[in-house]
Write a protein that binds this ligand. Sequence first.
Ligand code: MG
Length: 365
Amino acid sequence: MKITHTDIYKFSIPMDPFTIATGTSYFAQNIFLRIHTDSGIYGVGEGCAVSFITGETQETCYVMAKDFAQLWKDKDPLEIEARLSELNSFTAFNSTIKSAFDMALYDISAKNANLPLYAFLGGTKRTLESDITVGIDAPEVMAEKATEFRKSGAGIIKVKLGKKASDDIERIKQIRQAVGEEMVLRVDANQGWTYDDALKVLRAISEYNIEFCEQPMRRFNDHLMPDMHKHSPIPIMADESVFDHHDAERLIRTKGCRYVNIKFAKSGGFHEALKVNEVCRANQIACMMGGMLESRVALTAFAHFASALPNIRFYDMDTCLIGHKIDPVTGGVKYDKYNLTIPDGIGIGADADDDFLQTCEKITV
Ligand code: MG
């Protein structure tokens, strides 16, 4: 089989305005690909650029994608390892755009094997219960949002923290009071605390029954993670500290975390994510499947991966539910409240909607 050409789209999904340090965005900065082959099979891939985590924007992904597509022209898409080494030899980092190309290769391989992707990966189909995220706001606003989610059927809420320690404690206190004792609460500090603030908050909120805390400190503080893990009454999950399996090995060997959050935008897709999961599994570290602001195309790929691997025990797969104004996807995972069901088709089983793609900037290489 040979790759004939690749369609690259700026897959900008309109969103409720969201503000980050560099300004306000009105759309998710995604890239969508179709890698076509001479067999008639094509593979789909999607990546979502979040610049303050991976250093990529939609624009850098688009530029890099043209080079990647050129590199793969006339090559065999079934030789996944060889194709990905070409990208890694060509450029370091750029994990988000790499993940879109990796995803398309896995889609092609599974379609060629006439299998759903979870089966191609050697796994079975499971229903996955996602959490739903409450963004940072005033404590009472967050408590109200959490209550709305509970009424809409959510069983697990992920709360964004990482600001002023005393406010973060108040946030969790009010949210727990609002949602009652049954609701599972997990928190994510997104690298926002110092070591001292992290321990202060984690000790104070431990009475509110918190499942785990993601990434308390900046990744340059990884050397402090073993102490954090030892002294925190709440289990620590590494997110921004673990991009690839080398990061996972380093952190696990020093006993720096209890869990790891896997995201394709960090790992560069399935191939490296499988390695991250394997390092974790071998060390009894359970993983979470997470994402950025992807549509249901990438979310369906994540669901296949999570379903196939029993060591993936937590699911943060709400990215299309938080702020996306449209759902430009055909097929793919279905949400029943917050439970995801994987489609029965071969490959990923999701595609971008052609009418929506007509509106997107596109180049074919
Ligand atoms: Mg996180």
